[in-house]
Design a protein around this ligand. Sequence first.
Ligand SMILES: [Zn+2]
Ligand SMILES: [Zn+2]
Length: 174
Amino acid sequence: MKISVDDIPESGLSVDLSADGKNIEALAKGKLDFSVNSPVTAHLNLTKAGGGVYVAGSLKTRIRYNCGRCLKEFELNLNADFSVFYIRGKEDGREPELKAAEMDVQYFDGTELDTDEILLAQLALEMPMQQLCKPDCLGLCPKCGSDLNLGACKCANESRADPRFAKLKDFKVK
Ligand SMILES: [Zn+2]
Ligand SMILES: [Zn+2]
């Protein structure tokens, strides 16, 4: 959904929407390391402020990703509240002055906001760089590729000595 800045009344604009997850993925041009298979439902409050648009809202969706260590596929319900200030300008790498206030700033062309782009930016922020199925995922054995979460593989007996114990071996009691 495109929202023209001219259509936002001085009192602000409140929008409820459901965006197609596939459209949002397409906008990211393959840069997302997760997929958005469900619609993204969102509530947005848009207010004109200082030549830009202040957007506060919440979103809800379900995403699918592969664990960065064991590569297994997982689904995750994502709920996020956010507030972001859209200002006119290009992404030229310059830090906007508002950064000091720790406000999330995004750029737009100054005339029209695309709600899919707003939601994409928030989804990308919500997801940490490396997704794991659990914080202590053991991953795959680099030798045979077995999932070590399911138990030690045959290689374990050979050379996979825990580095913590390797250190202990060098420790001598005086
Ligand atoms: Zn994992
Ligand atoms: Zn192995």
